[in-house]
Ligand binder design. Structure first.
Ligand SMILES: [Fe+2]
Length: 382
C-alpha cells in the first residue's frame, strides 16, 4: 500500500524560530541538546535559540561538532553529550548536516547504541526516538520534512542514506529571516539541491498526484525566486519563496523518492568533499537528458512550470526546453559547470558508477541504466 508521510507541524514565516521555547516546552521537553555547527555558534544564532529556550523554562546544552558531511563519529559524540547531560529532546539549528546529525542523535539516542554505525543501519522503525525539532538555516535540504538522513561512514568513504518513519521531525520552524545572511554561493548550491529534489520526485515512478502537486509548485517557486535570493540576499519575499519551495520539495521526495542525480551525487560528495547541492547541480542536466526519452511528458510539465514557451512544440522538443532551462539556471547562479572543475577524472568514473548503482536513490530513477550508461552520464557532465 503506498503511504504518504508528512511532517506533523510546520511553522513557516519570518520570526518562526523565536517560538522555539514555547513550542519545545509544549512537547514536554525540559532539557534539550542543541545540535549546530561552529560557524552558527560564532554568529550568535545558537545563543539566541538558547535564550528563547531559557525564557520558556527549557534548559539546553550545545553540541557543535558536526562535519559538513556528518559522520557516524559525529553522531556517536552527540549521543554521548546527550546522555551525560540527561537531555530529553534535540533541537537542530543549521543546514542539512546539522539537521541530519541531530535527527540521527534523537532517533538512536534512546537506543543506547555501542556502535552508531551499526545502529544507523539496524535500529528498526519501532524504536522509540526522542522529540526532534528542526530549525533550518538554509533553503535546500528539506530535511525538516523528511524521514531521510544521509550519514557518512568515513572509513568506507560511503554516504549512507537511511529512511525511517521515526526520523520525521516532530516540529519544524522554517524561518526565512535565518537565511538572509546566507552567502550567494551557498544560496545557489542549496537552492539547486531543493530544485533537484523537486525534479527527481516529479519524474519518479513512485510519484503520485499528491507528490506531483508539491513538486511542481516547488519547481515554479524556485524558478521564480532563486535568482533573486542569489542576487539580493536580504529580499525577504524571495527568501520566503525559497523556504516554501524547499519545504514542498522535501515533502515531495519524502514520498516519491529521488533518482540518479542523487544516487550519483552521493559518491561524488563522499570522495571529493564537494557541496551536495553543487554535485546535484553538476549532474542534473545530464541525468534529465538520460531520462528524457522515457518520461518526456513529465519534462514538458517541468518546462511549463519554469515558464518556458512550449506551445506548438512536440512533447520531446518541449521536454528538451526543460533541460536547457535547468542548465541556464545553473549558469545564472554562477555554479561550476563541469565535473572536471571540482577534480573528477575520467579514470574515476567506473567506480563512481558502481557505487551510484547501489545507492538507495537509484531504484526510483525513471530509467534504469547499466554501469556503462551511468558512466556515460558522468562523462557527459565531465
Ligand atoms: Fe539533496
Amino acid at each position: 500500500m503506498p503511504e504518504f508521510v508528512l511532517p506533523p507541524v510546520v511553522l513557516l514565516g519570518p520570526g518562526a524560530s523565536s517560538t522555539v521555547g514555547k513550542e519545545v516546552a509544549a512537547l514536554g521537553c525540559r532539557k534539550v541538546l542543541v545540535v549546530s555547527d561552529k560557524f552558527l555558534v560564532e554568529m550568535g544564532l545558537v545563543a539566541r535559540i538558547q535564550e528563547h529556550l531559557k525564557a520558556a523554562g527549557v534548559e539546553s546544552l550545545v553540541f557543535s561538532e558536526v562535519n559538513p558531511d556528518p559522520t557516524t563519529g559525529n553522531v556517536a559524540s552527540g549521543i554521548k553529550v546527550l546522555k551525560e547531560g540527561g537531555c530529553d529532546g534535540v533541537v537542530s539549528v543549521g543546514g542539512g548536516s546539522a539537521l541530519d546529525c541531530g535527527k540521527t542523535i534523537a532517533y538512536i539516542g534512546a537506543a543506547i547504541p555501542d556502535d552508531p554505525l551499526k545502529a544507523v543501519k539496524t535500529v528498526p522503525q519501532a524504536t522509540c526516538s526522542l522529540p526532534f525539532i528542526a530549525i533550518p538555516t538554509t533553503a535546500g535540504t528539506g530535511s525538516e520534512a523528511t524521514q531521510f538522513v544521509v550519514i557518512t561512514d568515513p572509513v568506507a568513504q560511503e554516504k549512507m542514506v537511511v529512511v525511517r518513519r521515526n526520523l520525521m521531525p516532530r516540529l519544524a520552524l522554517d524561518d526565512p529571516e535565518l537565511t538572509v545572511t546566507m552567502p550567494p554561493k551557498m544560496t545557489a548550491a542549496t537552492g539547486m539541491d531543493a530544485f533537484t529534489h523537486a525534479v527527481e520526485a516529479f519524474v519518479s515512478p513512485n510519484a503520485s498526484p499528491l507528490s506531483d502537486a508539491l513538486a511542481l509548485k516547488a519547481i515554479t517557486l524556485i524558478g521564480r525566486h532563486l535568482r533573486q535570493a542569489f542576487a539580493k540576499g536580504d529580499d525577504i519575499s524571495a527568501r520566503t519563496g525559497m523556504m516554501e519551495a524547499q519545504l514542498l520539495a522535501g515533502m515531495a521526495f519524502n514520498n516519491a523518492g529521488l533518482g540518479y542525480t542523487h544516487a550519483m551525487a552521493h559518491p561524488l560528495g563522499a570522495r571529493y568533499h564537494v557541496h551536495h547541492g553543487v554535485c546535484c547541480s553538476l549532474l542534473l542536466p545530464a541525468v534529465c537528458a538520460f531520462n528524457l526519452s522515457v518520461v518526456p511528458e513529465r519534462y514538458r510539465e517541468i518546462a511549463a512550470a519554469l515558464g518556458c514557451t512550449t506551445r506548438g512544440l512536440s512533447t520531446e522538443a518541449a521536454a528538451r526546453e526543460a533541460v536547457a532551462a535547468i542548465a541556464q539556471l545553473r549558469h545564472d547562479l554562477k555554479l561550476p559547470q563541469r565535473l572536471s572543475e571540482v577534480g573528477v577524472r575520467e579514470e574515476d568514473l567506473a567506480s563512481l558508477a558502481e557505487e551510484a548503482l547501489h545507492d538507495r536513490c537509484a531504484p526510483t530513477n525513471p530509467r534504469q541504466g547499466t554501469k556503462e550508461e551511468v558512466m556515460a552520464i558522468y562523462r557527459a557532465a565531465l
